[in-house]
Design a protein around this ligand. Sequence first.
Ligand code: UDP
Ligand code: MG
Length: 344
Amino acid sequence: MDLSVVVPCFNEERGLQELRDELNAVLPALVGRFEVVLVDDGSTDRTLDQARRLSALDPRYRYLSLSRNFGKEAAMLAGLREASGDRVLIMDADLQHPAWLIGDMLRQLDLGYDQVVARRDRHGEPRVRSLLSKLYYVGVNKLADVQLEDGVGDFRVLSRRAVDALLAMPESNRFSKGLFAWVGFPTATVPYRNVTRKYDQSCFSFGKLVNYGIDGVVSFNSKPLRAAVYIGAVVTLLAAVYAVYVIVCALIGHPGVPGYATLIVGITGFGGMQLLLLGVVGEYVGRIYVESKNRPCYFIKESGGAVAMSVEDAAPRMVVPRLPSDAPLVADPAAGNGGQQCAD
Ligand code: UDP
Ligand code: MG
């Protein structure tokens, strides 16, 4: 297989047919054999029906359907595990990732790169969002051990060894932008003009974006924890200096009137600082807790399409996709996804 295209889909019934038309217009001229893996991430609309229909119409299309909405990161992981191509392209289903760019991306990859990422400008985006994103990237790049680029997302094509490297990362709390950067390998960038969403709204609300941002900060470094220690130390020192000042004032005969305001400011200030620092520590402890449970990132409730139908029972299945640490990276297709059946 020359190319696998992994497409995470959450409530994308309206765009899938157009996506297929776009892909079928460009891919046959660019690659020999290709497959498109549609990953329905627990959609509540008719996305799954559309995926079933497309894969019934065209043997190059396959689909997986997750047992519920696990989020884009899990959907991408499921698709990457299922992809069998020598090169793997990841793109959104919402037509915001232009198919005409794929040719340029593949040509770059053939020059010897392992990752070719598409970088969009922020054309047509609300000003506030662009500004917040820019500030975020400046901040996160100062803190994080990996460098993230503004405008660079999941629209990228990867070599097989880059995909295998990504799949070798066992963590379940996956911040893909960071993982892509962390695995390294020669990487090229192809710029393109931002395309606004044609149907519906972004699945990422402001709250989800903030959570995603926090993931980005704490997934790849422990500097906030270190910052917490420094901030705690500085605040304690200031408190000690203030205490010495009060004692000295009292000793030299200027006890002053104990200020109610100072007291309140002190209590709330220190209280707030403690909560903040506890929160930082809590973020990391929470992550350790999640990782220690070692849960699979998703369950597959159904799959279909040419490959899945020919090698497996087409009946719906529940599969634990996580590989044991000593398992080969490429799953035995005859054994199902990841080669493990779900324990009760
Ligand atoms: N997506 C997904 N699961 C989710 C949310 C989104 O698979 O829980 C998919 C979605 O269908 C789309 C891609 O991820 O193909 C990007 O989502 P969206 O367009 O909402 O994000 P944005 O472009 O605003 O970053
Ligand atoms: Mg989008």
